[in-house]
Design a protein around this ligand. Structure first.
Ligand SMILES: Cc1cc2nc3c(=O)[nH]c(=O)nc-3n(C[C@H](O)[C@H](O)[C@H](O)COP(=O)(O)O)c2cc1C
Length: 318
């Protein structure tokens, strides 16, 4: 399956393992690259410059395949300024940059100076059209069912993707609900040239989260996620647990960002992923309800590609 995206990024398969804060470190991203799929390191999870430099160098040691870095433009997400992060990435010689969170316009010159391929991820059709006009190399868009930040508009992947693909010139990465070969083929059928799978890769051997949390995800049903933080205009889809329900209750009672921050601190520090407890929020998409096994990344990618082949055969026979 060769598309403009596989050609531009130099990867075997039209799949991105979605960047995941506190998870997409050197080992995880290198394992994805070695399995022939695209992934980006979450630079914002390394608060000091030395750790970030070390982690980028480590990833380069672990793979000779292409990988990228995610530079977060979400307000308050990254301890450094965007410029400092971009400088460190350029020094490390990494040539694929993913941005997300707000318009990348103020940073375009610097990204282009570095000669990097620029992927920008958004959640609204109008933002996809805007960044396409700005000339980014790849546009990513995620539907309302996605894990992480779905945006405020609640348009599902099935409705959003064909419309976005028809509205932009750049190749499109589609995210939100993709998890196997059939959904990969469906994404390509809708006009995307690659799909993003985030939540599906939480249940992989190389994902650093605690075994209890992986077990909890395996038990999740399709209806076990919910969206919080709408009241502060930064919606996040998370696993529905007592902690998330409490946050929603506080929001419904008029809590401010300051009131909510203590409840969100586990998510902000990332510790909650490593302890296996349930007293925190865990971003994940609706598709977590379809994940039934934990696999090594390479085995998972091979399985998805085999399923995609079977799906294409089945369709050809219809
Ligand atoms: C645990 C988790 C953390 C995430 N962190 C980020 C992030 O730091 N930056 C980002 O751009 N997207 C982030 N995302 C979104 C993913 O990159 C991807 O867009 C999304 O998971 C795709 O939808 P899916 O979960 O239905 O596969 C995160 C998603 C999850 C599940």
């Amino acid at each position: 399956m060769k598309t403009r995206i596989t050609e531009l990024l130099g990867v075997d398969h039209p799949i991105q393992v979605g960047t995941m804060m506190h998870i997409s470190n050197a080992e995880f991203v290198a394992a994805c690259a070695n399995a022939g799929v695209f992934a980006c390191m979450a630079t914002a999870m390394f608060p000091d410059e030395v750790t970030l430099r070390d982690e980028l160098a480590k990833a380069k040691d672990l793979t000779d395949k292409p990988f990228g870095v995610n530079v977060s433009l979400f307000p308050g997400h990254d301890a450094r300024t965007v410029d400092v992060t971009l400088d460190i990435v350029a020094e490390a010689g990494i040539k694929i940059i993913e941005t997300a969170g707000r318009s990348p316009q103020p940073h375009l010159e610097k990204i282009r100076q570095n000669g990097a391929i620029h992927v920008h991820k958004c959640a609204r059709l109008r933002d996809a059209i805007k960044v396409d006009k700005l000339g980014v190399d790849i546009v990513s868009i995620v539907g309302a069912e996605c894990g992480g930040h779905p945006g405020m508009e609640d348009v599902s992947t099935l409705v959003l993707i064909p419309e976005a693909a028809a509205s932009i010139k750049a190749p499109l990465f589609a995210g939100g609900g993709f998890c196997d070969g059939a959904t990969l083929v469906a994404g390509l059928a809708m006009g995307a040239e690659g799909v993003i799978m985030g939540s599906r890769f939480l249940n992989t051997d190389e994902c650093r989260i605690h075994a209890n949390t992986k077990e909890r995800f395996l038990r999740a049903e399709l209806t076990d996620t919910m969206v919080i933080q709408r009241s502060i205009h930064s919606p996040v889809r998370v696993l529905q647990n007592e902690w998330a329900l409490k946050i929603l209750e506080m929001e419904n009672s008029g809590a401010t960002l300051q009131d909510l921050l203590p409840k969100l601190s586990g998510q902000l520090s990332g510790q909650s992923w490593l302890t296996g407890g349930d007293d925190a929020v865990f971003p994940c998409g609706q598709v977590i309800g379809r994940v039934k096994e934990t696999l090594p990344i390479k085995a998972l990618v091979d399985k998805i590609i085999a399923e995609a082949g079977a799906t294409r055969k089945r369709l050809a026979a219809i």
